[in-house]
Design a protein around this ligand. Sequence first.
Ligand code: ADE
Ligand code: ZN
Length: 323
Amino acid sequence: MELQELRSFIRGLPKAELHLHIEGTLEADMIFAFAQRNQVPLPYASIEDLKNAYQFTDLQSFLDLYYAGAAVLQTEQDFYEMTWAYLEKAAADGVVHAEIMFDPQTHTGRGIPMETVFAGIAGALRQAKPGLGISGSLILSFLRHLSEENAFATLEQALPLREAYRDVWLSIGLDSSEKGNPPEKFERVFRRCKELGFRLVAHAGEEGPASYVRDALDLLGAERIDHGVRSEEDPALMQRLQQEQVPLTVCPLSNLKLCVVGDLKEHNLKRLLEQGICVTINSDEPAYFGGYILDNYVATAQALGLSKEQLVQLAANSMAARF
Ligand code: ADE
Ligand code: ZN
């Protein structure tokens, strides 16, 4: 298929985006605009200068820059505009449903009230159905490089808002530095979240081993695995993922930019799909990794030679894996 034909074919498939960090949709020009509006100093002379810094060697090298960029988010308007800009791009890519992760600790740790974060992000998401035809929900994600105690405190801070945001805040997630921060560190807080009736997801098997995927399922009760590409290292785990149809929210351009794979042609997404795993394609941090969801589909389709049927399957998987 020609590139334009491929893009419009994929655009036309109803898709859900299930692995998207809203702070990762902050485009470089938005970072500069918000920094100016909020009088936040930036260590970069220009937008170009900032973009030139987007050269990552691993997850941590990205996270350091990503958390620094998020510091320009100060007001409800900032959170609203960031989220709305994402939703407009998602709509243009044919996304009909978006489950959006946000990291409150990145903001409350800088003195931004929890309410400001919720109001801005949820405010935009609530407008997405009438305004853009996109349904969705929010995944409050704990930062795994911080303590479980900090996660518990964050949960306590957010719970008073639950009633007001019951229509959108459905889920809990786990992200940030995987190596050295195994799932077991968050077993108690995830148990509490389950008791509270939240849906559960966790990043695992991105840089961490296949055993972290198993532990995310068994110890955290995760219903979907974010990334999970290293599951392939454990055949018994692969069989389980296939049998239980545990969705993997794979992010090919992220994996490329963070050197999880050296080349998209080496990505295991097609093999996972052909083994009957419920694989989905997502964008993770599109502003930093060179593309939104349609770019991820197209680049992967080209690199791996995915068939039309496989593209249809990937989109169908994403719709089936929605909460
Ligand atoms: N937080 C934001 N992006 C992430 C990623 N790709 N892996 C882990 N934590 C993240
Ligand atoms: Zn992620």
